[in-house]
Design a protein around this ligand. Structure first.
Ligand code: FES
Length: 321
């Protein structure tokens, strides 16, 4: 079968960082060929200067992460026949949110710096009683989702927060943090949660866009792990953060009015004692009024408000809160 590929190229010896050019290739490939097979064919038969990274070719090692038609994927797992309309050009780029070394190869330095930031190793307080630390089968099954991570960087590539905030620890490292928070052999659970709750770029900076869940090739669902750590951090008593206040204010206003009270949300998230932030918000409020964008001080009630309140009451009674 025929495959058409449009491949991003970057040569650090002749181009400035951030520049790229596009090369197009047409090949005869096997009907079951993957995007990686096609790229290797290009390198071997057409252009030996094409740089790409791969090893296992079986979606195990995590080294072949790239963007295909705009989404991060393992190219060894992506069949050409599956990634687009028949005959359509397949666009291949290096992963996002990481500096390009050459063509389709990115540096993973920042990725691993962030993983190291969460202390990705067991920290027990005492020596093992039986020569080794024993964990139940159930607790290890619970860890399997996060332990499936092959550190390919796909979630980091397409994280919409990292695009605008380099300080965010990011989905891969936070999923790794969850793996140790949940491990019964670790004795730093509360300290880990406190750190992830307080640190700049921690668990409250995820915007829940679902992109990491969508692109993860191993179903680690990093965003779900981050949301679980938010609940754990709150249960452990970490409530003095704008993230917690935001959650509380959001719930309160939707329960009360059936819709979001945006003006109150901004003030309550900042905290009534956070004077510098309140002054900032006052300036934003004045600008909003002048441009006719100020949300109503008393929010309108939603038409189905009673139903929405009943949903909250049902959830709260089931949780016993
Ligand atoms: Fe190992 Fe693709 S080459 S995961």
């Amino acid at each position: 079968m025929q495959a058409k590929l449009k491949v991003s190229r970057y040569d650090p010896e002749t181009m400035g960082q951030g520049q790229q050019r596009w090369d197009e290739f047409e090949l005869d490939v096997h009907p079951n060929a993957t995007v990686l097979d096609a790229l290797i064919q290009i390198r071997e038969e057409v252009d030996g200067t094409l740089a790409l990274r791969c090893a296992c070719r079986a979606s195990i090692c995590g080294s072949c992460g790239m963007r295909v038609n705009g989404d991060a994927k393992l190219v060894c797992k992506s069949r050409i026949a599956d990634v687009g309309e028949e005959g359509a050009t397949i666009v291949v780029e290096p992963m996002g949110n990481q500096a390009v070394i050459k063509d389709l190869v990115v540096t993973l330095d920042t990725f691993f710096d962030k993983v190291r930031q969460v202390d990705p190793y067991l920290q027990p307080d005492s020596e093992p009683e039986q020569g080794e630390y024993v964990a139940s089968d159930e607790s290890m099954v619970n860890l399997l989702t996060a332990m499936n991570c092959i550190m390919c960087g796909a979630c980091v590539s397409d994280c919409t927060v990292l695009e605008v905030d380099e300080a965010f620890i990011g989905p891969a490292a936070l999923a790794k943090a969850w793996r140790f928070v949940e491990d019964p052999r670790d004795d730093q659970r509360d300290a880990r949660l406190e750190e992830l709750n307080d640190v700049e770029g921690g668990i409250w900076d995820c915007t829940r866009c679902f992109k990491c869940v969508e692109v993860c090739p191993k179903d680690v669902a990093p965003m779900d792990r981050i949301m679980e750590m938010r609940d754990m951090a709150i249960e452990a008593g970490n409530t003095n953060t704008s993230g917690y206040r935001h959650t509380e204010s959001f719930n309160k206003s939707v329960k009360k009015h059936g819709r979001l009270d945006e003006a109150r949300l901004a003030v309550e998230s900042a905290g009534y004692t956070n004077v510098p932030r309140l002054i900032d918000l006052a300036e934003i409020g004045v600008k909003s009024v002048l441009k006719g964008k100020m949300p109503p001080i008393v929010p309108h009630k939603a038409d189905e408000k009673e139903k929405i309140t009943r949903i909250f009451e049902k959830v709260e009674s089931e949780r016993g809160s």
